[in-house]
Design a protein around this ligand. Structure first.
Ligand SMILES: NC(=O)c1ccc[n+]([C@@H]2O[C@H](COP(=O)([O-])OP(=O)(O)OC[C@H]3O[C@@H](n4cnc5c(N)ncnc54)[C@H](OP(=O)(O)O)[C@@H]3O)[C@@H](O)[C@H]2O)c1
Length: 319
């Protein structure tokens, strides 16, 4: 990545212009930089990365009704409209929510992508209910820290994995069972789970099938993509077939175990983010920020996240 002067974004009628205070860093930024998602997110270079922002509205488009100049907001801008690693970004008002009052700008910028992922996995896809058992992998990561708190709020019984040094810390976040992935194997410990939120490699995905009870749901955010996802983002038939084939093996194994497999690629959604704002302001969910980097060190921030051991989230202070 290079730091560069570019022209101000165009503010269309449904857009607001946000002066970015802080920007959250996600592995998705690295994956797009490395070309991993070219097949369904064909970004053109040069590209401003950045999938999470918190800042202040400085201008509104003619059709904007819910926000005004001066509002403190946060968002995960929609795919193809990203660009949070910048001083200004134009965001569709449908993707925006008021920033939680309780949070600093840095904390707020850490929330949208991971909290929407947790919401769309546990509330939308899993329809997680009080008393159900959910296994959330990597409880000390960006998604895991929020997903544990959301699942506990729903009333679920939560198991998670993390490294040795984070075990007690993750337990304090609310997890009922914490498995040290460096010394223990979750497959031999967990039984009859209703839901697994998979965020790790293929081996972990396959093992996850065996901790579910019949009728359980395996939701993966780290692949492989499936036909439902291809339909969601309206891919053409050739790509639909590719997605169907990529997930064929795990779907077949899931069927044999009488469980359901689905892939989730989170989407921008201002209304859901507003519900998350309410949970944060009432103290139910608290984001965890591991490190804040200055704007000029965005590359370092990305490298740190790519290391795979961030404790919560990493944020860039832009302004
Ligand atoms: N599909 C989607 O919509 C979507 C959305 C968000 C994220 N994702 C993907 O989901 C994955 C997780 O994202 P994230 O932002 O939560 O990652 P992250 O914050 O970078 O995860 C880092 C955490 O993972 C833990 N960890 C590392 N190896 C582990 C293992 N083998 N078992 C359990 N925990 C382990 C680390 O704990 P230790 O330091 O203790 O090792 C660290 O705290 C990424 O692949 C990301 O791209 C997908």
């Amino acid at each position: 990545m290079h730091l560069q002067e570019i022209s101000d974004p165009v503010v269309k009628e449904n857009h607001v212009l946000v002066q970015v205070h802080s920007a959250g860093v996600n592995l998705l930024d690295s994956k797009i930089k490395n070309g991993e998602f070219k097949i369904f997110l064909p970004y053109k270079m040069p590209l401003v990365l950045g999938h999470d922002v918190a800042g202040v509205i400085t201008k509104t488009g003619s059709n904007v009704r819910r926000f005004k100049v001066g509002d403190e907001v946060y968002a995960r801008p929609a795919d193809r409209r990203i660009g949070g690693f910048a001083q200004l970004i134009a965001i569709d008002e449908a993707d925006l929510a008021l920033k939680p009052k309780r949070l600093t700008m840095d904390e707020a910028a850490s929330v949208p992508l991971v909290a929407l992922t947790a919401w769309q996995a546990l509330v939308e896809k899993a329809d997680l209910k009080k008393g159900q058992k959910v296994f959330i992998q990597a409880g000390s990561g960006g998604v895991g820290t929020i997903a544990i708190q959301l699942a506990k709020y729903i009333g679920a019984i939560v198991a998670t994995t993390t490294g040795t040094t984070n075990v007690e810390w993750v337990r304090a976040l609310g997890a009922d069972t914490v498995i040290d992935y460096q010394t223990e194997d979750f497959e031999g410990i967990l039984r009859d789970y209703d839901v697994v939120l998979n965020s790790q490699d293929t081996r972990t995905l396959k093992k996850s099938l065996r901790v579910l009870k019949p009728g359980g749901k395996l939701i993966s955010i780290s692949g492989p993509p499936d036909l439902g996802f291809a339909k969601q983002i309206r891919l053409g038939w050739p790509l639909k077939m590719i997605m169907w084939l990529l997930s064929f093996g795990i779907r077949r194994k899931a069927k044999r175990q009488h469980v359901n497999y689905s892939f989730l690629f989170m989407r921008a959604e201002g209304d859901q983010l507003s519900k998350i704002t309410a949970l944060i302001d009432s103290g139910i969910i608290s984001p965890i920020v591991d490190k804040v980097f200055p704007f000029g060190k965005t590359d370092e921030a990305l490298t740190y996240v790519e290391g795979g051991h961030a404790k919560g989230k990493v944020v860039i202070r832009v302004n």
